[in-house]
Write a protein that binds this ligand. Structure first.
Ligand code: ADE
Ligand code: ZN
Length: 348
């Protein structure tokens, strides 16, 4: 049974979203025009070219897209555009990754992009009633010293940044490469997350947990290959921020019918559904819920658990968590779901 109405009506959090990955072709062309760049393609041609062999193939295009972002206004408009989309998807809280190194290496100042993003987040809090947290993500294919320099630049914005993350080309760049940077981040009072087990093996997930001390794993699909790791994720309540359309588009899995999210939920793992880079992968968060619901014939109870997991796994204060969880009950009860996990833990 398709459950589009339920999916749309549940308030949810999005916990795995790269702001640079929300750059829709139309917006990209507008920003390119502002700076006098030419992309040499129409918006339709750009969309049609979005066929990726793997993560690296995608990243090559993704970084080319970021070249069109230059001014405070570009970053503000990009973030506002995403937050409006989030509103349409009934997202009430978003945790937003950004990639400072991708901009610093093009000569853009840390304050230009950071302030552009933050002012849109503040506007959305006031005018769209969407709360959000910012996650500064390190590019793992660059040296660790480079990441540490970025942390230094972030010092004056420390109260605006909630956590650090780790993204970009995974294979050959294990979490252990960033042990020092993550330790410094922890000492600065920042929470920690890392992409692991997207293309990389389960051992990268173990490293992220044991060496980087992460609060959440981004993707984590490859955990399905390691029963002991699944036991640990369930026991320690370490959430996975999963992104079905991304994993399909980047050939992490051959078919959504093989997606392990039901298996994870059955084992008590706190899985969540997110969009990753919606402008490139064919859908925002509701489209991710819909695609995976159809592929696996997920039940209303499973959808409600995924949505409540997104709130429980977020970095928002308990009081706001409680307030949102209360609002999830209505749509779920309407679909006959009486009991699912609404219990708070103490991770925020
Ligand atoms: N940067 C943007 N999207 C990413 C993804 N899916 N994996 C790793 N790095 C990324
Ligand atoms: Zn990602």
């Amino acid at each position: 049974m398709p459950l589009n109405e339920l999916i749309h009506s549940i308030p949810k959090a999005e916990l795995h979203l790269h702001i640079e990955g929300t750059l829709e072709p139309k917006l990209m062309l507008e920003f390119a025009k502002r700076t006098g760049m030419s992309m040499g393609m129409s918006a339709e041609e750009l969309k049609r070219a979005y066929r990726f062999k793997d993560l690296q193939d995608f990243l090559n295009i993704y970084y080319k897209g970021t070249d069109t972002l230059r001014t405070h206004e570009d970053f503000y408009d990009l973030t506002m555009h995403y937050l409006q989309k989030a509103k349409e998807n009934n997202v009430v809280h978003a945790e937003i990754f950004y990639d400072p190194q991708a901009h610093i290496r093009r000569g853009i100042k840390f304050e230009t992009f950071t302030e552009g993003i933050i002012s849109a987040m503040k506007n959305a809090r006031r005018n769209l009633e969407i709360s959000s947290n910012l996650i500064l993500s390190f590019l793992r294919d660059l040296p660790e010293e480079n990441a540490i320099r970025v942390l230094d630049e972030a010092t004056s914005y420390i109260h605006e940044i909630k956590a650090v993350g780790l993204d970009s080309a995974e294979l050959g760049n294990p979490p252990s490469k960033f042990s020092k940077a993550f330790e410094i981040a922890k000492d600065m009072g920042l929470l920690r997350v890392a992409h692991a087990g997207e293309e990389g093996p389960p051992s990268y997930i173990w490293e992220a947990i044991e060496i980087l001390n992460v609060e959440r794993i981004d993707h984590g699909v490859k955990a399905i290959e390691d029963p002991n790791l699944m036991k640990l994720l369930a026991k320690e309540r370490i959430p996975l921020t999963m992104c079905p359309l991304s994993n399909k588009k980047l050939n992490v899995i051959p078919d959504l019918k093989n997606y392990p999210v039901r298996e994870f939920l059955k084992r008590g793992i706190m899985a969540t559904i997110n969009s990753d880079d919606p402008a490139y992968f064919g859908g925002y968060v509701n489209e991710n819920y819909t695609a995976i619901q159809r592929a696996l014939n997920l039940t209303p109870e499973e959808i409600c658990t995924l949505a409540s997991n997104s709130i429980l796994a977020s970095f928002i204060p308990e009081e706001r968590k409680r307030e949102i969880l209360e609002k999830i009950k209505g749509p779920c009860e309407k679909h006959g779901v009486q009991s699912f996990n609404l219990s708070l833990d103490s991770r925020a």
